[in-house]
Design a protein around this ligand. Structure first.
Ligand code: ADP
Ligand code: MG
Length: 247
């Protein structure tokens, strides 16, 4: 269900719990992203950020809590259907090295949406255009820079026409000079009205483009709010300590 005329949807997680054995990784996490907005998740390594994304797209089923897209619970729906509505970009792009850039992007619509070959390739070309890599359609991923490969991975996710995009440390594996281009693309996507959840260590990005920031530690949301407030006036000692280490 669309929340507004652009077709963007809101995403909500309420009271999310997940344990791996005795390790309680999520201990009642609430998160809300308005349609077309970007929420950034920050926090120390091991705090549960990646797990939160994986629960939100049901790669892990939550032990408790609910997940809503466009205000409707998706927990009774099939996990596969949900995953097609949420595009995901990881630190490691995992492109197929022996396929062209174009075929890497066309593959998911072909396989998952049973799209015809020519239609899938036309769609893939459109998405490559969008990420500024139309000229690389015929190249092998290995001949591209890390930043270009990550932009191909973003095009691949967008080719599924997702309603929400997740980014999990999408720039962490890139050489510093390549980070900017990928962040700029993510910022474009954000201002185009995509609903996004971004896990990042790039505090400058978090501050510039997010509508809200969520600080996690040990499986709970310790602090959340507008970026200016969080970065300029952190209320908790834990966030103060975290920011003093990363800024
Ligand atoms: P972050 O992304 O914030 O660094 P993670 O969500 O990756 O944190 O991990 C949070 C905790 O969950 C860690 O203690 C990690 O060992 C544990 N964990 C993550 N994934 C699994 C898994 N598939 N099986 C068991 N434990 C896991
Ligand atoms: Mg992680």
């Amino acid at each position: 269900m669309a929340d507004d005329e652009t077709g963007s949807v809101s995403l909500t997680g309420t009271g999310l719990h997940l344990a791996f054995g005795r390790n309680k990784v999520l201990r009642g996490v609430d998160l809300h992203v308005d349609a077309g907005k970007t929420v950034t998740v920050i926090g120390p390594s091991g705090s549960g950020k990646s797990t939160l994304l994986r629960v939100l797209n049901r790669l892990h089923e939550p032990d408790a809590g609910d997940i809503l897209l466009g205000g409707e619970s998706v927990l009774h729906d099939s996990p596969d259907r949900l995953r097609r509505r949420i595009g995901m970009v990881f630190q490691h792009f995992n492109l197929f090295p022996h396929k062209t850039v174009l075929d890497n992007v066309a593959l998911a619509p072909r396989k998952l949406q049973k799209m015809g070959k020519e239609q899938a390739r036309a769609l893939a070309r459109e998405q490559l255009e969008l990420v500024g890599l139309a000229a690389k359609a015929g190249a092998r991923p290995g001949s591209l820079s890390g930043g270009q490969q990550q932009r191909v991975a973003i095009a691949r996710a967008l080719a599924m026409r997702p309603q929400v995009m997740f980014f999990d440390e999408a720039t962490s594996a890139l050489d510093p000079e390549l980070v900017k281009g990928v962040l700029a693309l993510m910022a474009d996507l954000s201002s185009s009205g995509m609903t996004m959840v971004v896990v990042t260590h790039e505090m400058g990005y978090a501050r510039e483009v997010s509508d809200a920031v969520l600080f996690m530690d040990q499986g709970i949301v310790v602090e959340t709010g507008a970026p200016e407030r969080l970065f300029e006036a952190p209320e908790t000692e834990r966030l103060q300590r975290f920011l003093s280490q990363v800024l």
